[in-house]
Design a protein around this ligand. Structure first.
Ligand code: GDP
Length: 486
């Protein structure tokens, strides 16, 4: 880890090997070039093909994005009530669902989908999300303008008549012979509802027939609660392109997330102040993220016990001793400082771990310093200030050398994926138990987990275990039926 790193020291590779465009203005979004100085270099080399693809996308977005005459023309067509015959610019409009971690995973998935299908990505930014992220695409905006005609999030649900699955059912579209369908005979937009339904991904469209049909629509509106990027890898027509973009499949979110998400100067201020105050000068940083889900409550004592078991078994922190190490200790570890960063809505874990290392010495003479930036007590999806802190903590966690996190949490997925660090996952107790027998397991991949798998082949009647047939997909450590690229 670079020690005593000052945020102003210029990096030899600010653009992360070509991941970031050089066309962005540095001062309006300082985190874009500074944040990565707080991390070790990425263990995943970027494919030049992906870099090229991103530059091409940026030019396309600039040509078709909000404020351009092409955008105005496309909006006019949308209002006309019919799809266009052949349009120069196509769009996918992302609508939010759930908390910040979920949103970041679905934005990245939607962006990957946009790259694969030549669509411009626009995001509906709700008040609680305003001012969190910088514009990712130089010279343009990814924010959906407020006067977008289909701006009502309440229309977007599994039963919406505009959803692709429902249009197939009602006969408004057919997918048996997409080539014979004139584009202008289609409705003005299509809605894709990519959410978990009965443990599966609904509106299952990850097959060639459906994609051929969907590509005819100029406008697509998409809402998802799932990291559906792995599902794109299961679509035959995307396979070759994805292989060129991501020679290492486990680095999909790692690269796309680092490309897309840059905290605004305001949030970066929170991150930078905290990092410089508590983390910049330590020898090692260890992040613990403890997430208790309201629908699956775990008693504090049980969670705390599981965390300390994980720490002990995986040797994440130095053991406690009973006697002070002698003053002339020469052990290589003595005097080194390990920082523990805790992200949690509650302060109890921090209090207890800090107390432990305050009251007792470590056997090696190492110093353990424990920090927790905030404890918000309640999750508040609709508070902007709350989300600023959540984003800051995701970033602070992502600067850690080791990360242990709660099962099922997208908040944690984003942090370890940014870091490029394989996490230890604190497993959920079995459904009929209060305590998990295994405290934690190490994930072999830095990819997030897709909690609800799609059906292979879309309208196939038989349910195939994707992980058994695709060598680059496995089940997640924390979600048995979930899928993860590796
Ligand atoms: P998930 O529900 O764990 O998958 O993660 P999400 O990010 O989608 O939703 C959880 C939300 O709860 C976050 O976005 C935060 O608003 C809040 N939250 C959960 N854990 C923490 C935490 O450790 N720190 C802060 N500041 N907020 C948290």
């Amino acid at each position: 880890t670079p020690k005593n790193l000052s945020a102003s020291s210029p990096s030899p590779d600010k653009l992360l090997g070509g991941l970031l465009s050089s066309a962005s203005d540095e001062s309006s979004c300082q985190s874009r070039y500074k944040s990565n100085l707080y991390r070790k270099p990425s263990p995943f080399p970027l494919s030049p093909y992906l870099a090229q693809k991103l530059r091409k996308y940026e030019a396309y977005h600039k040509k078709c994005g909000p404020g351009t005459k092409r955008y105005r023309r496309a909006i006019k067509q949308l209002k006309s009530g019919r799809n266009a015959d052949d349009s120069e610019c196509k769009y996918v409009v992302w609508f939010p669902c759930n908390g910040l971690g979920n949103r970041m995973l679905t934005i990245a998935s939607t962006f990957l989908y946009a790259l694969l299908t030549d669509r411009v990505l626009l995001t509906h930014v709700a008040p609680e999300q305003e001012g969190l992220f910088c514009e990712p695409f130089p010279g343009s905006s990814w924010v959906l303008p407020g006067d977008f005609p289909e701006n009502n999030p309440h229309k977007l649900h599994i039963g919406a008549p505009e959803s692709y699955a429902n249009m197939l059912k009602s006969g408004a579209v057919r997918n048996d012979d997409p080539r014979s369908v004139p584009a202008s005979s289609l409705p003005p937009y299509v809605y894709l509802h990519v959410e978990q339904f009965q443990l599966k991904l609904s509106d299952n469209v990850f097959c060639d027939e459906d994609q051929a049909m969907l590509s005819k629509f100029t406008w697509m509106i998409l809402k998802s609660d799932s990291y559906f990027a792995p599902a794109l890898f299961l679509t035959p027509m995307f396979e070759e392109e994805l292989a060129r973009m991501f020679p290492q499949k486990e680095a999909v979110f790692h690269h796309l997330g680092r490309y897309l998400f840059h905290p605004t100067n305001r949030v970066w201020g929170i991150i930078r102040r905290y990092y410089e105050a508590y983390l910049a000068r330590v020898d090692e940083k260890i992040g613990f993220q403890i997430r208790i889900f309201p629908e699956k409550p775990i008693k504090f004592e049980n969670m705390y016990d599981q965390l300390t078991r994980c720490i002990r078994e995986q040797r994440l922190l130095p053991e406690l001793g009973t006697v002070e190490p002698p003053a002339n200790t020469t052990s290589g570890e003595a005097g080194k400082v390990k920082a523990v960063l805790i992200a949690s809505l509650y302060s109890g874990y921090y209090e207890k771990i800090r107390g432990m290392y305050y009251e007792s010495p470590t056997k090696t003479g190492e110093i353990v310093a424990v920090f927790q930036p905030s404890h918000e007590e309640q999750q508040q999806y609709t508070s902007n200030e709350h989300n600023q802190k959540a984003l800051a903590e995701i970033y602070l966690l992502s600067y850690c050398d080791k990360i242990a996190m709660s099962a099922w949490s997208t908040f944690g997925y984003v942090a370890y994926s940014f870091a490029g660090v394989k996490p230890w996952i604190l497993l959920r107790p079995d459904w009929n138990k209060e305590v998990s027998e295994v405290a934690c397991v190490r994930s072999p991949s830095v990819e997030p987990c897709l909690h609800s798998p799609p059906l292979l082949g879309c309208r196939a009647k038989r349910d195939v275990d994707v992980a058994a047939v695709k060598p680059y997909v496995r089940h997640c450590e924390d979600v048995g039926f979930g899928l993860k690229l590796f």
